[in-house]
Design a protein around this ligand. Sequence first.
Ligand code: ATP
Ligand code: SF4
Ligand code: MG
Length: 330
Amino acid sequence: MDRFLIVKNLVKRYRRPGLFGRAAAGVCAVDRVSFAMSRETVFGLVGESGCGKTSLVRSILFLDPPTSGEVWFDGTCLNTLSARRLRDFRKRMQIVFQDPNSALNPKMRIEDSLAEGLVNRGIPAPERNRRIDKLLDMVGIRPTHRRRYPHEFSGGQKQRIVIARALSMEPDFLVLDEPVSNLDVSIQAQIINLLLDLKQDLKLTYLFISHDLNLVAYVSDRIGVMYRGRLVEVASTEEIMRRARHPYTLRLFASMPGRSHVEGADAGPAAGEKKRPDVITGCAYAGDCALADERCRRREPMLREVGEDHRIACFKIEAVVPCDEDARLP
Ligand SMILES: Nc1ncnc2c1ncn2[C@@H]1O[C@H](COP(=O)(O)OP(=O)(O)OP(=O)(O)O)[C@@H](O)[C@H]1O
Ligand code: SF4
Ligand SMILES: [Mg+2]
């Protein structure tokens, strides 16, 4: 692995003001997350709403700096950079969020939205014009529509324009934070296929986020499963699809359409149903796990190798009944 991106022990803690005379509280949205990814691959991050996916990627990009931990991008530790050098690095690391409506300024023509980054990079006007046409063409928007405003486009077209704007910075790393979850199902596949084509053509590296394990598996080379701020299972996509063993990952499988019964998956509350406590002791999943015992509630399981490029944080991994392999293939 060439280790294009390395995330080491990343923590993101938000402070909440104390109400009604109570002491200020804090929520640990990202709890000592570590993983690495190589160039031109897709790392998929999956987990239920509120598990800390967006907090993690905002910290990785230093849009909202981490409380502690390190991020290494292409051999450079971002923690040590001055604000100016960090800005330069960030041009190489772009993010696409789920809602294209809030990403585009409704009062700006799309050509002006796209021009912003090019102006910022000192590209002269005639070249800028040429590049705007090329960027729109690349994402499947007619360049003749460049003088239109965002409201004149559909949701899928707006997300294409947001992707074009991210590409205007000529990044080599894209974070895709639920890029299709606000779009009609019929449009989702088109945007995903566009992203995969762009990755191939432009040799991009993606960190792809979704709460949908099926989608993450379709797009990613490796997958990290996140639960309450912690990574609980990390493996290649094939390994996850065939041999996932963490009880939470098994529950994610069980909640996938057509997988109502997965052996080894206990029937706990649905995703997001439980409020995350401010402080977690022991295994983050102990409150929902049918296999939990006193040790799980007192001590925290660390990620450890259980196979080739397969790490799981669970004390009882041997006790988890593996699923029927074929039943879990897509
Ligand atoms: N700016 C903030 N201030 C305080 N708490 C925050 C802030 N941003 C996120 N949180 C909290 O951090 C936790 C993780 O939130 P985050 O948005 O990162 O989750 P997520 O996995 O991206 O969820 P979703 O799938 O809904 O987008 C949640 O408990 C959330 O309430
Ligand atoms: S460590 Fe214990 S509570 Fe946590 S997932 Fe494993 S069995 Fe369940
Ligand atoms: Mg999010």
